[in-house]
Design a protein around this ligand. Structure first.
Ligand code: PPY
Length: 283
């Protein structure tokens, strides 16, 4: 089996792969869509991609690619703690406060806004393909007054030094990574296994007053617990949305199919994006 992740080595996604699939060969991709396409094209068996961060919200590129471009089920999820550090080339350590530019994945920059605003006012923050990609770039440009936001493994991997540890704005900083695969996965029974989730995509009919209320009632009276609901644009016109709903239970034969039938009777469209085990790493 082969896994794919947003590379290069030592991204947070790579850490998730090492945690969940230590025995498999892994391949680094430059973008999340490249990594997902690699499963569609049978280059790899499993794509591990970030879906949501506790501070910054959904990773829209993942969600949108999953909804609009490919048809791959979610087979599992790992929620992992995220520690962001500011790192520079060893040549720049003495005057790291004079750096002019910080590069990282846009989600990582967003997790550190308060720190950047308060401690490095006026420093330009630029998006890069990934945190580890930014660390690699900084390592290869030792004379430039730049820094990267990334994890400790990236500092080691690319020979950078950490100027400031734990610069994320809130202590509880976790990211959900999902596993996409054509085939069912035999995921391990691990101590950090929490339970099952089912993720549905619900498209409402246009201009049907009370439709969302009725959809939610179909879950409510069956005591199906919603742990997340989010709207995303359908991309067919301003004001058209669908909803992504997470239920904290596995797909069964009665309750969820019953709720789906009821919702479809309201002229809504429902797609099951996956019913999968989830794992949680604590700090
Ligand atoms: O760039 C990375 O390291 C990634 O894996 C994407 C990401 C960025 C920030 C938090 C979690 C995942």
């Amino acid at each position: 089996m082969k896994t794919g992740y947003l590379g290069p080595r030592a991204t947070f996604t790579d850490l998730a792969v090492r945690e969940m699939f230590p025995e498999y060969e892994s391949v680094a991709y430059t973008t999340i869509p490249d990594c997902i396409d690699a499963v569609v094209n049978d280059e790899i068996d499993i794509a591990v991609v970030p879906l949501e961060n506790a501070l910054e919200g959904s990773v829209n590129i993942t969600l949108d690619y999953l909804i609009h471009e490919v048809d791959l089920p979610i087979r599992g999820e790992l929620s992992a703690p995220i520690r962001q550090h500011l790192m520079v080339h060893p040549n720049q350590l003495d005057n790291w406060k004079e750096i002019k530019t910080i590069i990282s994945h846009t989600h990582a920059i967003a997790q550190c806004h308060k720190f950047l605003h308060q401690e490095l006012k006026g420093v330009r923050a630029e998006g890069y393909t990934s945190t580890a990609g930014a660390a690699q770039y900084v390592a290869e440009h030792s004379d430039e007054p730049i820094g990267a936001i990334a994890n400790e493994l990236a500092a080691k991997e690319y020979g950078l030094v950490i100027a400031k540890y734990d610069i994320h704005d809130f202590d509880f900083n976790h990211t959900r990574f999902i596993f996409l695969s054509k085939q069912a996965l035999n995921l391990p029974i691990k101590p950090n296994y929490v339970g099952y989730k089912t993720t549905l995509m619900v498209t409402l009919p246009a201009d049907h007053s009370g439709a969302l209320h009725q959809v939610l009632s179909a879950f409510a009276w069956r005591k199906l617990n919603l742990i997340k609901i989010e709207s995303r644009p359908t991309k067919t016109g301003l004001g058209n949305y669908f909803f992504i709903v997470d239920l904290d239970t596995a797909l069964d034969d009665v309750l969820i199919p019953g709720a789906i039938a009821e919702i479809e009777a309201l002229d809504c469209h429902v797609k099951i994006l996956g019913s999968y085990p989830y794992y949680q790493l604590k700090k």
